[in-house]
Design a protein around this ligand. Sequence first.
Ligand SMILES: [Zn+2]
Length: 256
Amino acid sequence: MLPCSLLQIAPTLAAFFGIPLASPELPARSILDFMNTRDPRPPVVVLLVIDSLDLELYGQFRAELPVLHALADRYGLIFSAKPVSSHTTPAIASLLTGLPPEAHGIVVSADVGTSTFKSILELLDEAGHRTAAVLNASGAEPLIGRMSHIYSVEDREDIIAYDALITAHTRTAVSNKEVQFVLAHLRTIDRFAHRGGDLRLAARVVDSNVQEIARAVHERRGILIVCGDHEAHLPARRALHGFASPISVPLIVAAP
Ligand SMILES: [Zn+2]
């Protein structure tokens, strides 16, 4: 599995859409080639962040993640990416800005509203590439007024129901023919990892969400990029190796 940096996602998207982005990282050439050589040119790109999906879980739950593995093995490419933060908000901010956490300074969702750095969401939207974000309410709120399509889902105890809503909104956003870029974030694996839940069940749930989203992407002949944001925070694992060497996360780019 080839290495890739999560910081390359935003520069790669900027290069694909032909907009400028200030990042210390270059676009990932193989991903850009994969996207640019599709015929017809993909009219929509979806970036799906699966919270806490790391390469150890990806391998361990191969049987529960058949759709994800098929996207990587049959319909696209897979890379190994070192996490840039062990927390969700700064990690996603890095995915969307191409900047490391110490450069963008975004620690909590509210920082997005005051950040002087524009994310790829706002930059694409400003350049006329209609963009949608499907996020929880606290993540979505700072983006209101900064981009055109925002789908926010209220946080709730039933995280499977929450992800079902995220998936439904993502399908709606993807099937809107004016939308060219969609960001969505699924959280079931993360919640189950933190609470000691059945990770096999969480993986199966997420894989069926990915299947629904992949179907919508297929219908528009678009590109689906799936990645984890950081390693899973599993108490047993942490007891074993602490925070010393975080496990890498998968980055999959597919034309489903
Ligand atoms: Zn996370």
